[in-house]
Write a protein that binds this ligand. Structure first.
Ligand SMILES: Cc1cc2nc3c(=O)[nH]c(=O)nc-3n(C[C@H](O)[C@H](O)[C@H](O)COP(=O)(O)O)c2cc1C
Length: 174
């Protein structure tokens, strides 16, 4: 499935229920590649994208987010079979914004290829905890990475949500 760009930007919605089936490599790669083409301040590409797919790692990341949420029994990634983590790689004052741009590109790309996705918060706090640092070490990544954002990714197991009406004063033309 391929949708026109503006249709994708308007119709993408946060998906909060997922089928257990894993996404295909082709779908995942399309989403990740779209992330790498996001704008970054000064073109520095100071962002690290980590695709988490092994059930063990997905469960660890889900539990870590639930811990930060202070709801240890919660599943903040809604059972999605893939989690994408976005990190800043070094101290630079645009990198958090760069990570947000990368994340947004991936959410829209996910919808364009027929996947559901949802931006999930608390990535910064997750990877400040010893458990988060331990995961980075296990994955062979620098423990200095700073979490910016994360994404639940998979096949939607719900009706496509409707967008809320846009607020009247969203745009001012001067
Ligand atoms: C910075 C940010 C953090 C978010 N964190 C969460 C989250 O932790 N859990 C969640 O279910 N949705 C989260 N969302 C998704 C928003 O709730 C969602 O985008 C918003 O309700 C609008 O819905 P839409 O994406 O369908 O337009 C987050 C979105 C952003 C931009």
């Amino acid at each position: 499935m391929k949708l026109e760009a503006l249709e994708v930007l308007k119709n993408r919605r946060a998906i909060r229920a997922y089928k257990p089936d894993q996404v295909t490599e082709e779908e995942l790669n399309a989403v990740l590649e779209a992330g790498t083409f996001a704008p970054t301040g000064g073109g520095t590409q100071g962002v690290q994208i980590v695709a988490v797919q092994s059930p063990e790692n997905v469960a660890a990341v889900d539990a870590l987010n639930a811990k930060v949420l202070n709801k240890p029994d919660a599943h903040p990634y809604y059972g999605a079979p893939t989690i994408i983590l976005v990190f800043e790689t070094e101290a630079c004052f645009t990198h958090e914004l760069d990570g947000a741009a990368v994340c947004t590109n991936m959410l829209n790309a996910a919808y364009a290829v027929g996947l559901g996705s949802c931006w999930i918060h608390r990535c910064k706090q997750m990877f400040e905890l010893p458990e988060g640092k331990a995961l980075l070490k296990k994955w062979g990544l620098p423990e200095t990475l700073v979490g910016v954002a994360s994404i639940a990714l998979g096949y939607a197991d719900c009706e496509h949500p409707a967008a809320k009406p846009r607020k009247n004063d969203y745009i001012v033309k001067v």
